[in-house]
Design a protein around this ligand. Structure first.
Ligand SMILES: Cc1cc2nc3c(=O)[nH]c(=O)nc-3n(C[C@H](O)[C@H](O)[C@H](O)COP(=O)(O)O)c2cc1C
Length: 195
């Protein structure tokens, strides 16, 4: 089976989005290592539904007991989960919107966190069930807020969330502080290569 790269973008911008350029650069680099890799393009800025009451009820109904309507309701989140669980690499573009991730990326995270499917609870605590990702890359961009500063509620959250799902090998590309100039993007890529 060929290697799969799941690319997730969430910037509302297309013309001049630093996170889109960075995810593209990371994917291009992965393709040099894996020329036959399949790239799955998941642009959550195009719209991801919010979880609804019906969605939550369906999730907590045992699989075999779900009605056709509940199965239909869950079909898009099942699709997103199967994309994630079939991927070898994860590349996420995470622009900072009001100190955290864009609502579209949060909506995506809400769709793919499902007990018994992407994580489970046991006496030992929560356990991530996404064990297929070899490496995850998160391109973080902001205008002014520095990475991991006290008001960066994005980076720690994304790291924790991915770890909760079982994705621990996460590399963050620091393109924060865009106000200083376009060199921040180049520096983020140089740091990745140097690491
Ligand atoms: C709705 C919105 C909210 C933003 N909030 C913040 C913020 O809280 N802190 C910050 O430093 N920059 C903030 N920015 C600036 C973006 O993080 C910055 O422009 C970043 O480069 C966007 O990523 P992109 O180039 O991939 O679109 C915000 C931008 C937008 C559009």
């Amino acid at each position: 089976m060929s290697v799969r790269i799941l690319k997730i973008n969430s910037s509302a911008r297309y013309a001049d989005a630093s996170t889109r350029r960075l995810t593209e650069a990371v994917v291009a680099d992965l393709l040099l290592r894996h020329p036959d890799a399949e790239v799955i393009d998941r642009d959550v800025a195009q719209g991801v539904p919010f979880v609804s009451e019906g969605h939550i009820e369906a999730v907590y109904t045992p699989t075999g007991e779900r009605t056709p309507a509940q199965r239909q309701l869950l079909s898009s989140s099942q699709h997103l989960i199967s994309e994630l669980k079939s991927a070898d690499y994860l590349v996420i573009g995470a622009p900072m919107y009001n100190f955290s991730v864009p609502a579209s990326l949060k909506a995506y995270f809400d769709q793919i966190a499902q007990a018994g499917v992407t994580f489970s609870y046991s006496e030992a605590g929560p356990k991530g069930l996404v064990d297929n990702i070899r490496e995850a890359f998160v391109a973080v961009s902001s205008n002014g807020v520095p990475l991991d500063s006290p008001v960066d509620f994005l980076t720690g959250f994304v790291r924790h969330y991915l770890g909760f799902l079982g994705i621990h090998n996460v590399r963050v590309l620091d393109a924060t502080g865009q106000i200083a100039g376009p060199h921040r993007e180049r520096e983020a890529l140089e740091a990745l290569v140097a690491a």
